[in-house]
Design a protein around this ligand. Structure first.
Ligand SMILES: C[S@@+](CC[C@H](N)C(=O)[O-])C[C@H]1O[C@@H](n2cnc3c(N)ncnc32)[C@H](O)[C@@H]1O
Length: 257
């Protein structure tokens, strides 16, 4: 599938993050799923795949409040400067050096107790291979937490309209694709919806920021008027208000863990 450069749309993604309750809902859902996980463990190795600037994991680790001496963090993010920002931002949650995928420290620690990949797998080049590789890195007693939106999500519906206007299928994966790939593995998967709201002052510039975040480079080819109009259905007085949901997947190799 197509890659997407989040370096080029950094401020648009930040606009989305600061006007949506998505991260807060995702954190609450993950924290529920990880309740009690730290009890009795002297070491927890957590891997954040597609960490961006680490803002999401900052909120998650603040909520989890796991002991700094127990927590080891490994990050992977294709936008190099974002990974550097993430490593600085998250360093206060661990007494240990933050590792990145591919470093010796990663090779010495082949499996992780927790793998988090929050709204990332849309952009995998090969979803089947990526999920297989992540599962190979999951400890037998560990948990992998994935969030993605599916076809019923309002923003995925915007993708559908935009890519229909370009006469092409959505070039990214969605929650239903992840669910189908997970079903081919011998793992225990539980799925739950997480509701959130996107709300921002309604003007063309703000609509365009969300569209740039969603479509990246494709946006310049999409008929401007038609795609901007898609927000009309969400107008509430002077705001755009979108209430929608994503899917959360908790994946375990051993369901008793
Ligand atoms: C929607 S952002 C989510 C960032 C962060 N996980 C969060 O929740 O805020 C998607 C992230 O996935 C990263 N990404 C894109 N393609 C990727 C790939 N093939 N493998 C891993 N990460 C990727 C992007 O650079 C971006 O930081």
């Amino acid at each position: 599938m197509t890659t997407k450069d989040f370096g080029a749309i950094e401020t648009d993604y930040a606009f989305f993050m600061s006007h949506a309750t998505e991260a807060k809902s995702d954190v609450e859902e993950y924290a529920r799923k990880l309740e009690g996980f730290a009890e009795g463990r002297s070491n927890i190795h957590l891997f954040d795949f597609g960490c961006g600037t680490g803002e999401f994991s900052r909120q998650l680790l603040e909520t989890l409040a796991w002991p700094k001496e127990s927590l080891y963090l490994t990050l992977f993010e294709p936008v190099d400067h974002q990974q550097e920002i993430a490593a600085k931002r998250l360093s206060r949650f661990s007494d240990h050096a933050i590792a990145s995928l591919g470093e010796a420290s990663f090779d010495q620690r082949p499996t992780f107790d927790v793998i988090v990949s929050n709204h990332v797998l849309y952009y995998a080049e090969n979803l089947g291979q990526t999920i297989t590789q992540l599962l190979e890195r999951l400890d037998s007693e560990g948990k992998m937490l994935l969030a993605l939106a599916g076809h019923e999500n309002a923003l995925i519906k915007l993708w559908k309209v935009g890519f229909d206007l370009l006469n092409q299928p959505i070039p990214y994966f969605v929650a239903e694709d992840v669910e189908a790939v997970l079903a081919t593995h011998d793992v225990c998967v539980s799925k739950s919806p997480s509701n959130y709201q996107l709300r921002f002052p309604d003007n063309e510039e703000n609509r365009w920021k969300i569209l740039r975040f969603l479509f990246g480079d494709y946006l310049r080819q999409i008929p401007r008027k038609e795609i901007l109009q898609q927000f009309d259905q969400y107008v509430q007085e002077d705001q755009i208000e979108i209430n929608t949901f994503s899917e959360h997947f908790i994946v375990q190799l051993n369901p008793r863990a």
